[in-house]
Design a protein around this ligand. Structure first.
Ligand code: GRF
Length: 192
């Protein structure tokens, strides 16, 4: 039975990466952190936990294809099976999509298809909806458009601030993402 090997792509704080690393099974599967923002806090987190990092500055590549080719070569050299996006603020291009079909997963802080793209929590907050939540989905070429794997709703609380809503959404993310990751990787292992 082949142990699944995962990479995490992140651009920012890395609170989702943090909780993944607190789960022993997931931590054992993570072999690489990919970051497109030199200096992002998540890089230091990975380094302090002994996770190898690939930090790239997309601006120095002539195209998305060239940029993703560098990532793909690294993923191949580490025999990575899965790409889990956790706050990676960039669309995935054809180079990675074609090589990792059905193996690229994203977490988004809204109930998709509502509020795709940036600042989803703020978008929902300002829209005055009665519910929002978290979606985990397969990644396709669109912005937060791929097939949905899991969703969890939360009710808005009258009078709460956007920051309080964000804290509650992140608590859902931190529980849901590790569970879904484990299910996905386990299902594949059982199929082999
Ligand atoms: C999360 O809210 C995730 O849903 C979104 O970006 C945020 C990343 O947060 N895609 P963190 O860097 O994991 O704290």
């Amino acid at each position: 039975m082949k142990q699944q090997r995962a990479s995490v792509f992140a651009s920012g704080t890395g609170s989702n990466f943090d909780v993944m690393m607190q789960d022993e099974d997931i931590a054992n599967s993570i072999v690489l952190l990919v970051c497109d923002k030199p200096g992002a806090a998540v890089i230091e987190k990975a380094e302090s936990l002994g996770v190898p990092t690939l930090v790239l500055d997309p601006k120095i590549y002539s195209s998305k294809q060239e940029y993703e080719k560098v990532i793909y070569e690294k993923l191949q050299s580490l025999e990575v099976d899965w790409i889990f996006l956790a706050g990676y603020m960039r669309l995935i291009g054809e180079t990675l999509l074609s090589q990792y079909e059905g193996r690229i997963i994203n977490i988004h802080p809204s109930i998709l298809p509502s509020f795709p793209g940036k600042d989803a929590i703020g978008q929902a907050f300002r829209a005055g909806v009665s519910k929002t939540g978290v979606t985990i989905h397969y990644v396709d070429e669109g912005m937060d458009t791929g097939p949905i794997i899991a969703q969890e709703e939360i009710e808005m609380i009258p009078g709460e601030t956007e920051e309080q809503l964000k804290t509650r959404i992140q608590a859902v993310e931190h529980r849901l993402y590790p569970n879904v990751m484990k299910q996905l990787m386990q299902n594949v292992t059982e199929e082999l």
